[in-house]
Design a binder for this molecule. Structure first.
Ligand code: EPU
Length: 424
């Protein structure tokens, strides 16, 4: 398992031009949701292409604490069996490590009629409430109460009942949680204003492979016909679209030429559109992207939006790129209310970027210089890492454990593309 020690630093030499090929790992947010789905059955769920990242480690530990047998198989597979689940409450210290872990609630509630958890942790990128998860459970007949620090959800003897559930916001993990719960509810559930992110779609497909009856996949109206039980299955975690975007942005930013293998090319429209607008060249062939660019990079404005808009998780890396673009770019964050923390770190490196509320204005191109900065969360960390690649001199990035949460074998992949770095 990867290390979950806090801290860690990168010492990065700037002035690199990325060249070569990189293989995309399995998607963090698909893997985490799929792991929670294993709780819905007493049979084995076998996942391949599971990334070797610390968020997978912490969720594995949480599942084990509930009584799930979790076996990590070298080569990226994970075998899970939840037949022995005998604890229905997520330990607070583990639930606080990542937000995805709150998705154990829906499956536990649906299969065992009881689930308890403290509010989830995760990056400090905004309010991150869980009201849509809880109101979805309530709509299906659960009673949800706050007992001290924890939320406790219970069903009557007959379990959950299918219902029409309106999501106040198309929350990704909220949709996943409610959808998982609905698979075992009695009767039909309609989820209105569902999230359409590819990871939600992939989870629905995995649930159907377990015997669930979900239709409307990929639309904002999910229809779930409840079934009595789900069975085991084997599934492959989709390639990570955010990792793909990070490498594509890095290639453009450094004026490099990178082939990104096993990229989820069908779900990258917004990214490809915006990168082409900067003047970058992007070619698609057989599941791979070739991304290359030469100066000058053009300024482009963007909004971070729910899918199929440009992903909020690419906001900070894209902003780093725009520090190298000629002209003024305007950014609006439309998903989270506190995603601008990276701005102060880029400014320490000389970026001309100002933020107000959930918007930022970037003027470029600016010559960035190496200094000491922090990875404030997984994606803000990616932004300073990208900036360090083009900065003059050496950049020291503290708290790179955040990057371990979402990027598999990062040091190795960086070095293979020509980045000189040390990790301490
Ligand atoms: N929201 C509500 N009520 C809720 C839940 C969410 O209003 O009950 C709002 C939030 O306040 C936020 C917005 O909905 O403004 C989006 O939150 P969402 O619930 O969709 O996000 P999430 O499920 O917590 C997942 C990913 C994030 C990714 C977002 C948006 C996982 C484990 N995490 O989070 O990934 O940014 O969707 O696409 O799936 C990352 O990988 O770095 C990351 C943060």
């Amino acid at each position: 398992m990867t290390t979950r020690l806090r801290g860690g630093k990168y010492v990065v030499q700037g002035g690199v031009v990325l060249r070569g090929a990189v293989d995309i790992s399995g998607a963090k947010n698909h893997a985490l949701a799929a792991m929670c789905a294993a709780l819905l059955t007493d049979e084995e769920v076998f996942l391949t292409n599971v990334p070797y990242i610390s968020d997978v480690d912490s969720l594995s530990e949480l599942l084990v604490s509930l009584g799930v047998v979790v076996e990590r198989i070298p080569g990226g597979s994970l075998r899970m069996n939840a037949s022995g689940v005998n604890v229905f409450e997520a330990p607070t210290e583990l639930i606080s490590e990542n937000r995805a872990s709150f998705q154990v609630m829906g499956p536990l509630l649906a299969r065992h009629g009881f689930a308890a958890s403290a509010p989830p942790g995760g990056d400090v990128i905004g309010q991150r409430p869980i009201d849509v998860h809880l109101s979805g459970f309530e709509a299906m007949g659960a009673v949800v109460e706050r007992e001290g620090e924890r939320f406790v959800a219970r069903t009557g003897a007959a379990g959950l009942t299918g219902a029409r559930v309106f999501m106040d916001y198309p929350s990704v993990s909220g949709t996943q949680n409610v959808m998982m719960a609905a698979t075992l509810a009695r009767g039909h559930t309609t989820i209105v204003n569902a999230a359409t992110e590819p990871e939600v779609q992939e989870l629905a497909l995995l649930l159907n492979a377990m015997g669930a009856r979900i239709t409307g996949i990929g639309s904002q109206m999910l229809e779930v016909e409840g079934v009595d039980r789900l069975h085991g299955t084997t599934g492959r975690v989709m390639p990570d679209r955010i990792e793909t975007g990070t490498w594509a942005i890095a290639a453009v930013m450094t004026g490099g030429d990178v082939v990104i293998r096993d990229a989820p090319v069908g779900v990258l429209d917004a990214l490809i559109h915006k990168l082409r607008a900067t003047g970058a060249h992007i070619e698609e062939a057989e599941g791979a992207l070739r991304v290359h660019a030469e100066a000058p990079i053009r300024a482009v404005s963007f909004q971070a939006l729910p899918y199929p808009g440009l992903a909020t998780d690419l906001h900070a890396p894209f902003a780093a790129l725009l520090t190298q673009a000629a002209g003024v770019s305007i950014i609006h964050e439309r998903v989270f209310d506190n995603r601008m923390l990276y701005v102060s770190e880029l400014r320490k490196m000389g970026a001309e970027i100002v933020s107000t509320g959930s918007s930022a204005i970037v003027s470029g191109p600016t010559l960035l210089h190496g200094t000491r900065v922090r990875a404030l969360d997984v994606r803000a960390g990616a932004a300073v890492l990208l900036a360090a690649m083009v900065a003059q001199g050496t950049t020291i990035i503290d708290d790179v454990y955040h990057l371990d949460r979402g990027y598999e074998r990062l040091d190795e992949k960086l070095r293979a593309l020509g980045v000189e770095l040390e990790r301490h």
